[in-house]
Design a binder for this molecule. Sequence first.
Ligand code: ATP
Length: 270
Amino acid sequence: VYVKSFEVVEKPNVHYSDIGGLSEQIRELVEVVELPLKNPELFREIGIEPPKGVLLYGPPGTGKTMLAKAVAAESNATFIQVVASEFAQKFVGEGARIVREVFELARRKAPSIVFIDEIDAIGAKRVDMGTSGEREVQRTLMQLLAEIDGFKPLDNVKIIAATNRIDILDPALLRPGRFDRLIEVPLPNYEGRKEIFRIYLQKMKVDGSIKYDVLASLTNGFSGAEIKNACTEAGYIAIREGRRYITMDDLVKAIEKIRAKNNKSKSTER
Ligand code: ATP
């Protein structure tokens, strides 16, 4: 059986303008990833070394994967995505080999961005190294560190990792020369939520009743992914009611539905 251990996208179809509420994060990524990939000469001339690895951290569904794809697209770089939790589970005994292959490919397809999602799955502090599974994960991590250490800051491969659990990461990953630039990707604030609603509702058919400030007020605590879900859900409500456009009322109902679902899943988590 052939199971995919990583995914290569020559040119992801995501742009900075598709991302709401993260302009600071985008600005930083342009400076430390896009510019060095496009114009390493500038950095050589001035004499500074950009980070080899950037770590995006923050709650689920806030746009970390989108950010990584968008930087790849805008840098004209190949995007290679690895989901660390998947290969830790599916490829027992093969983690280190896959890491090696990923970086070989990255060099061959350079300029490229290697995106490691859920890096905590291989990069968590280990409490107990007793089991063989733990040792296997450790070997995978060692291989990743060796690959990162093998690059020069101005080589045309960049590594972006993402996690929602920065608190449990092995400090070895965060040492200088590795993931030494940390960028927080928080839940969107009021303005950010407004922007995200605009991005999605612009592509949908709505009537004149939409109040973006009210939508933003009603969605305190929502992630970008949840706002997108609310917009989609509002579309279903409109269809169910036999309309061909979305109203403010549909959105309010959709938001309530998603909020109720969240409360339920949060109370069963305990
Ligand atoms: P996870 O930690 O769960 O992997 P993530 O932070 O990588 O989440 P994404 O996969 O980038 O989140 O976001 C999930 C989806 O939610 C995106 O495909 C996009 O549709 C939407 N989304 C999330 N954040 C934003 C945002 N800031 N602007 C626009 N859309 C967003």
